[in-house]
Design a protein around this ligand. Structure first.
Ligand code: E4P
Length: 226
């Protein structure tokens, strides 16, 4: 499962990249709004930091297919290769996905709340489809179960579309989909860091240090313990 950062704050992105092996960055208009700066300025900054081998996902705002396609062209011009154009999965969005697939422009079908919405995005040729796991949970449905159903639909129908599971709020949601083998997941920096939060691990590491220092002296490591 690929792992992406769902944020546009360059400091937070740098902090996650520093420690974790991640595959890129996803954004949406609400995430960009939180930065309070011109969208292309922020997106270019992210692209320049992550380079062209990593994925950058950014969303169109138009609600009709022709304008979505125009936005996509401009975004690709500015942000370059390995940019995935996020398109809301509405009827006009499906049309835009078909048109962009014909041009081999990569798309991520977003705002997915139902399995058949995901099915239609796959039919339209989207490279990724992004189910909103936690938002589905918040509707009283089961976002994990829905995403597993979508994975089964992809396999049964031999679709090339990959799942980019999104909208996570906790480690368990991510673990279940990782175990199920979905293509990718994107999560906020806090959720990614939460994957490693474990008091028992911290206590065990501290105990090793204490025991070693009792043997060799404060601050000693394998570099200077002789
Ligand atoms: C992904 O495509 C969405 O933009 C995003 O993950 C939604 O996450 P949220 O529910 O935390 O806003």
């Amino acid at each position: 499962m690929k792992l992406l950062i769902d944020d546009a704050d360059i400091q937070k992105i740098r902090a996650i990249y520093d420690k974790y092996a991640v595959d890129g960055v996803t954004t949406n208009p609400s995430i960009l709004a939180k930065c309070g700066r011109p969208p292309y300025e922020v997106l270019k900054e992210i692209r320049s930091f992550i380079g062209y081998n990593h994925e950058l996902h950014a969303q169109v705002l138009s609600l009709n297919a022709d304008d979505m396609v125009k936005e996509a062209h401009q975004m690709i011009d500015v942000l370059g290769k390995n940019t995935y154009i996020k398109i809301p999965t509405i009827p006009e969005g499906l049309k835009a996905m078909k048109l962009l697939a014909a041009e081999e422009i990569k798309t991520t079908a977003t705002v997915i709340y139902t399995p058949m919405q995901a099915y239609l995005a796959a039919k339209a040729g989207a490279n990724y489809a992004a189910p909103y796991v936690n938002r589905i949970d918040n509707l009283g449905a089961d976002g994990i179960d829905f995403t597993k159903t979508f994975q089964n639909i992809i396999k049964t129908n031999n679709f090339k579309t990959q799942i980019l599971a999104a909208s996570f709020k906790n480690s368990k949601q991510m673990q279940e989909l990782c175990e199920y083998g979905v293509g990718a997941a994107t999560a906020a920096p806090e959720v990614i860091e939460g994957l490693m939060k474990n008091a028992s691990v911290t206590a065990a590491v501290e105990e090793f240090v204490r025991d070693f220092e009792a043997l060799c002296g404060k601050g000693k490591t394998m570099l200077n313990c002789n």
